[in-house]
Design a protein around this ligand. Structure first.
Ligand code: F0G
Length: 430
């Protein structure tokens, strides 16, 4: 048999396990990462850039996917026949001068991950996670979620005809997010707790491997999520911006982005490393608090209500991976208020890009870092918008129909007459 290119490695004690072992923690209790033998990988594929370029010419699965185009960098040992792909990825990198004016930055790109099949970035990790689950012969997959992971898992499990169970914090996900796993046929369990409480239960449920865990604690999910960073570098002609700005909840996505950039750099696909800015909502900011203390200790807290409900997490599972990514990429962590996030959301939406409140946290964070002089006006910035605004209509309407925002755009209810319409449009009187 061919020697595998990937293995599992503990992030604390470096102990290695075979990638096909069904485990989500090291015996020492710490997190595992999928590590690839990059030297052998580079030797086996001397022209990865050329391979990726050539695949852009195909519309056929799996290489038309914005994850599996980069198969060798994602899960090189996964046989193509096991891939469960919708496809996903290939999300636009938008540039809007209205957003640049709003942020007082010369060059801003919004990587709109909301334009994935289930309307969030989670599809990238889930195509990898569900494919690996199928490869291992899993019979039932499960996750805890603030809404988007469960939507993606339910969708990919349905595509793979795998039974799925999702654990959601009761009454703390948006109505659209709740509808998704229900419609995709997953077993939906609403637990009378918060996300951290759901996570604790799902860890126990999946501890012996009989139920396959698909939270981002599963390191194969992280490998799929790396493709956001790879795809951005590809879209920018194998260059990187000065900054990536990304919202942080359970801290899997920032860890994946950091891992992607470090690997691209090691493989020589990019020639320098960008900086990383993680942004949290003030009501749920353990990574920020820890960063503010020079990462002297891991902060765990009870997250309070925030309009950014998908990142309402007090004890992020991938805390240690995120800290390492921030440190290795000369990163920063900041936090923003709900009011600032809502203004940022309204500004980006009005530029024609419909983003969610969690994404808006990152946009507002970029604004804060600009105002504080951490990001210079001339620096090139990529902001990861993690989900679509269409998943959070209530939050958008509450803003526009409320009385607090600077960018409110409430609809008018008027008489059904031409006169009333002309009046409302300011077309009368001249
Ligand atoms: N943005 C959105 C829209 C999310 O759904 C999440 C996480 C994040 C940002 C943060 O990413 O957790 O990797 O730091 N949602 C998870 C879920 C927790 O269950 O859907 P992260």
């Amino acid at each position: 048999m061919k020697q595998p290119l990937s293995f599992l490695q503990c992030i604390a004690c470096d102990r290695r396990y075979e990638a096909t072992e069904r485990r989500f923690r090291c015996d020492c209790g710490d997190l595992l990462a999928v590590q690839h033998d990059l030297e052998r990988l580079a030797a086996a594929h001397p022209d990865l850039r050329g391979t990726f370029e050539r695949r852009l010419a195909t519309m056929a699965p799996p290489h038309a996917s914005g994850v599996w185009r980069y198969h060798e960098l994602v899960l090189p040992d996964l046989p193509a026949r096991q891939i469960v792909s919708l496809p996903e990825g290939n999300t636009p990198l938008y540039r809007r001068s209205a957003v640049e004016r709003f942020l007082d930055l010369d060059q801003v790109y919004i990587k709109h991950e909301g334009e994935n099949p289930t309307l969030s970035f989670k599809d990238r990790g889930m195509t990898a996670g569900v494919s690996w689950a199928r490869h291992l012969g899993a019979r039932l997959v499960a996750c805890a979620s603030t809404g988007d992971t469960s939507a993606a898992m339910a969708c990919y499990a349905a595509a793979a005809e795998l039974p799925a169970a999702v654990l959601l914090p009761h009454d703390k996900v948006s109505v659209e997010q709740l509808a998704q796993p229900i419609c995709y046929g997953a077993r939906v369990l609403a637990l009378q707790t918060d996300f951290d409480g759901c996570m604790a239960v799902v860890k126990e449920l999946t501890a012996d491997g009989s139920v396959y865990l698909l939270n981002s604690m599963n390191p194969f999910r992280i490998e799929g999520q790396k493709s956001i960073g790879i795809e951005v570098a590809h879209q920018l002609g194998w260059t990187v911006p000065d900054w990536f700005v990304i919202p942080v909840g359970n801290a899997g996505n920032i860890s994946a982005l950091g891992k992607a950039l470090l690997e691209l750099h090691q493989l020589g696909l990019i020639d320098r490393l960008p900086r990383l800015a993680g942004v949290q909502a003030r009501a749920a900011d353990p990574l920020y608090r820890s960063y503010s203390e020079g990462f002297a200790r891991r902060v765990r807290l009870t997250a309070g209500p925030t309009v950014a409900s998908a990142i309402r997490i007090g004890d992020p599972v991938s805390f240690d991976k995120a800290r390492a990514a921030v440190q290795r990429l000369d990163g920063v962590v900041t936090e923003v208020t709900d009011a600032d996030a809502l203004e940022a959301m309204a500004a980006v939406d009005a530029a024609g890009l419909h983003i969610c409140p969690n994404s808006a946290v990152a946009v507002a964070g970029a604004g804060r870092l600009r105002r504080e002089g951490v990001i210079a006006r001339s620096e090139r910035v990529v902001i990861i918008a993690t989900a679509h605004g269409g998943k959070f209509s209530r939050a958008a309407l509450d803003y526009h129909l409320g009385d607090a925002g600077d960018r409110r755009n409430p609809p008018l209810t008027i008489e059904p007459t031409l006169e009333a319409v002309r009046d409302a449009l300011g077309l009368t009187g001249s």
